[in-house]
Design a protein. Structure first.
Length: 189
């Protein structure tokens, strides 16, 4: 009977000790040093610009990424390939209800739901919320020093952004805009 108590006591001590060395650390994203670049494509070319983060965190356990989330400030959306009135018009149009309806939806959000460590990076599954609509998305993320980078391909029609989409409208010819756009994310923490 004493050997059983001793055995269970040793197991309990090992379990408690191993838990003590496992620590989850939440690191705030430094929003002033982080950026999201967007690139959208149409039949006759492309447009690109940036969006800023409002806040965000990455979670690590023993220096391994295990989670994260961040909120994007949609009011910060800018167009960088145009100047003057063209830039002003396109920025206003992208913020309108034809696209991101920024007046009603001032933020978008990405929340990690699963993080898998690969040989050289991470494969992330997350919930992406745009215009109040949440859909799953997967992407790879690299982390070096205090910087995380990722490239996402987003289908805008999943978020009820149908303007000039050939998936919904016919005979658009050279006025068509691709359903997918790219996001290149750089997070400093």
């Amino acid at each position: 009977m004493n050997n059983k108590k001793l055995f269970f006591g040793v197991i309990l001590c090992i379990a408690i000790t191993s838990l003590a060395f496992t620590s989850v650390i939440t690191k705030d994203i430094i929003v002033k040093e982080s950026v999201i670049k967007w690139n959208a494509y149409k039949v006759t070319g492309q447009h690109y610009g940036t969006i800023l983060l409002k806040e965000g965190v990455l979670k690590f356990e023993n220096d391994i990424l295990i989670g994260g989330s961040f909120i994007v400030d949609m009011t910060s959306l800018t167009v960088d390939d145009q100047k003057g009135m063209k830039k002003k018009f396109l920025t206003k149009h992208l913020k309108s209800d034809d696209f991101f309806d920024v007046k009603k939806h001032t933020t978008s959000k990405l929340t990690f739901t699963e993080v898998l460590k690969t040989e050289s990076s991470y494969t992330i599954t997350a919930n992406l919320t745009i215009k109040g609509i949440t859909k799953p998305i997967s992407f790879d993320m690299d982390i070096k020093n205090n910087t995380a980078t990722a490239k996402l391909k987003v289908n805008r029609t999943h978020y009820n952004i149908k303007y000039r989409s050939t998936s919904f409208f016919q005979n658009l010819k050279n006025k068509a805009i691709n359903d997918e756009f790219d996001l290149e994310i750089t997070l400093t923490f």
